[in-house]
Design a protein around this ligand. Structure first.
Ligand SMILES: [Ca+2]
Ligand SMILES: [Ca+2]
Length: 320
């Protein structure tokens, strides 16, 4: 009897504690918003609510708090050293935030990641670090010695490590921003493009393509890599879908993937559920050039570049 009473008290305490420990907003700096715990296994419908022009060739978007960071490649979309690329910051309603200015010479900046007060961007063979507050240059780490010539995306793993994708090298690198060193991850990936990391179960998602080109053939590959025994070395699964995959983001228990699909009719967004290894949904976005998108504010907003028409689109999640 005493034991039962103890158990009831223990259970009550556990429930109270469980309730108290539920954090309504677990902000992850990598995707800048909360994880939608209540809706974590489901696909939603994304509705466009706003778009605005960006100069020029926006490749990647990162949302942090109520700010939208955009990397622009300049005149050319290839990794060319012409010094006309930059990073710009917008307010959530689309106005340019002039208090952020990158004076450092960027060529063809693409994916971005945040660690603390620092914003990292990949630029051809380098990882460039600027102040997240005002864009002031901090330092850069070059992977030139690795023969890297087309870094595409970058993702935060923890407070000192990042992973970058080197598309033409079919390689990923783990970068230490404190010691400014890097090592190649011993897993070949075909033309790796977008990266996203789920720190809850320590799984890295990589989207790549059999060929790094837009075509009318099935081309995309999503790879899930597990962090185990201190290393990224185990492929959990690999699956093929879509035409030309670019961006990826963990949303709750699902993984969102952008597919360029067609320059004429626009791209689409896949919602993939790793637990069951199934595609929950493919939504046509009617936006061409859906490159490296970002999620923001409670994962209820999705912000994507339109690389073809030099625009940014803000979409809002509608529950199905
Ligand atoms: Ca450029
Ligand atoms: Ca990309």
């Amino acid at each position: 009897m005493q034991k039962l009473a103890f158990n009831i008290i223990f259970l009550t305490m556990a429930l109270t504690n469980a309730h108290a420990s539920v954090n309504p907003c677990k902000i992850d700096p990598n995707w800048g918003g909360c994880r939608p715990e209540d809706n974590s296994n489901r696909a939603v419908y994304w509705e466009t609510i706003l778009s605005f022009p960006v100069d020029r060739n926006p490749e990647s978007v990162l949302v942090s708090g109520n700010k939208i960071y955009v990397s622009t490649m300049g005149e050319e979309t290839g990794p060319i050293k012409n010094g006309d690329g930059t990073l710009v910051r917008y307010h959530e309603y689309g106005g340019l935030d002039e208090s952020f200015k990158v004076r450092y010479n960027l060529h063809s900046p693409m994916g971005m990641a945040i660690i603390g007060e620092y914003l990292f961007v990949v630029d051809i063979e380098s990882i460039v670090c600027v102040s997240k507050a005002n864009g002031d240059f901090q330092f850069q780490i070059s992977l030139e010695n690795e023969g890297v010539d087309f870094l595409n995306d970058i993702v935060t793993i923890n407070s000192r490590h990042l992973i970058v994708s080197a598309t033409r090298k079919n390689a990923l690198y783990l970068v230490d921003v404190i010691s400014k060193s890097y090592e190649r991850i011993d897993i070949p990936i075909s033309n790796p493009n977008g990266l996203s990391y789920n720190p809850v179960n320590r799984v890295l998602f990589v989207v790549g393509n059999k060929r790094h080109e837009l075509g009318n053939f099935g081309n995309g590959i999503l790879t899930a890599i597990e962090y185990k025994n201190g290393r990224f070395q185990t492929i959990l699964f690999e699956t093929s879908f879509g035409y030309f995959l670019d961006g990826v983001a963990v949303r709750g228990n699902t993984v969102l993937v952008s597919d360029w699909k067609s320059v004429k009719t626009g791209g689409s967004l896949f919602t993939y559920l790793p637990f069951t290894r199934t595609i929950l949904k493919e939504q046509d976005l009617f936006i061409p050039g859906v490159a490296d998108f970002g999620l923001g504010t409670f994962d209820r907003y999705l912000v994507t570049p339109d690389l073809i028409n030099d625009k940014i689109y803000i979409l809002k999640a509608r529950t199905l």
